[in-house]
Design a protein around this ligand. Structure first.
Ligand SMILES: NC(=O)c1ccc[n+]([C@@H]2O[C@H](COP(=O)([O-])OP(=O)(O)OC[C@H]3O[C@@H](n4cnc5c(N)ncnc54)[C@H](OP(=O)(O)O)[C@@H]3O)[C@@H](O)[C@H]2O)c1
Length: 271
């Protein structure tokens, strides 16, 4: 396969773990220059050291909370000042927080998810896309979810944020019509990352249980799909890839036949 990634400047939000980190590795291996952003700068430093030694590519790291609009604006100005104009933006930073019925939902969890998954994605897009418009090219990849297609019990607000990512991806595509900028979305089903640990507020046992009895996607599987999207020729806009584990056909249809935990076996799949 032709490598159209080499030499591209790629900004990844939420690059300190999971899917974002796997993208960093895959894209560094393909010869891209990386801009990695997340709140945990120590992790980003480690990733930079490892990847730049292994692949000899330029990697800049920035501490960034995508919820903080002022910080995102400052960050985008820094990028401009350093002539780091992203060719590709991967809007990956996101989380699920809590799993409660709507009627007893936790307000802090709601704010975290809405502020990160919707407003954070908007903040970054609002400041980065104009740079792409000015440059005359660019590609935005939004990380949605299977949860943006089907609502599951207690998923309520997380589901809503991922439905919103679909709407925003469609909106971006329409609003950027007439430019060369492409907008894509990747929608994974259950992927084994720190996602569940974050959702269960650090409860590792609950997180581990969730992945029992079936083989989930790996972060690398999702990174491969993102690579495929951004490596397409300039005239091809892959608007969406929905990928699930083979054991998961939709949020309710999960084959956990080897699982001994009856709750897990009959449970839905909280992606
Ligand atoms: N894993 C799944 O099953 C699954 C399925 C479908 C979709 N997704 C989506 O995939 C994306 C990545 O999740 P993941 O599975 O890789 O989970 P993860 O391992 O927990 O990684 C999440 C990343 O997002 C970053 N992040 C969270 N809040 C942030 C903020 N306010 N500002 C900047 N960065 C922030 C985290 O970094 P810091 O904590 O260092 O800031 C971390 O790097 C999310 O959008 C998630 O909704 C995941």
């Amino acid at each position: 396969m032709e490598n159209r990634i080499q030499g591209k400047v790629i900004l990844i939000t939420g690059a300190s773990a999971g899917i974002g980190k796997a993208c960093a590795e895959k894209l560094a291996a393909s010869g891209a220059s990386l801009i990695l952003a997340a709140r945990r700068l120590d992790r980003l430093h480690n990733i930079r050291q490892e990847l730049s030694e292994r692949y000899r590519v330029a990697i800049d790291v920035f501490t960034l909370d995508v919820r903080d609009r002022t910080a995102v604006e400052t960050f985008s100005r820094q990028l401009k000042d350093q002539d780091l104009i992203p060719d590709i933006l991967i809007n990956n930073a996101g989380l699920a927080s809590g799993l409660d019925p709507l009627q007893s939902g936790n307000f802090e969890d709601w704010d975290r998810m809405i502020d990160t998954n919707i407003k954070g994605l908007l903040n970054v897009s609002r400041f980065i896309i104009p740079m792409m418009v000015e440059a005359g090219h660019g590609h935005v990849v939004n990380v949605g979810s299977l949860a943006g297609y089907q609502v599951y019990p207690k998923g309520n607000v997380y589901n809503a944020t991922k439905f919103a990512v679909r709407a925003l991806s469609e909106g971006m595509n329409i609003d950027l019509a007439g430019t060369a900028i492409r907008v894509s979305m990747v929608c994974p089903g259950a992927a084994n990352t720190e996602f569940s640990e974050v959702r269960f507020h650090g409860d590792r046992e609950a997180a581990k249980k969730f992945y029992e009895g079936f083989t989930p996607l790996s972060a690398e599987d999702v990174a491969e799909a993102i690579f495929f999207i951004i490596n397409a020729p300039a005239h091809v806009n892959i608007q969406n890839i929905l990928l699930t584990p083979t054991a998961q056909r939709n949020v309710y249809c999960v084959d956990r036949t080897t699982n001994t935990n009856p709750h897990a076996r009959h449970g839905h799949n909280e992606v």
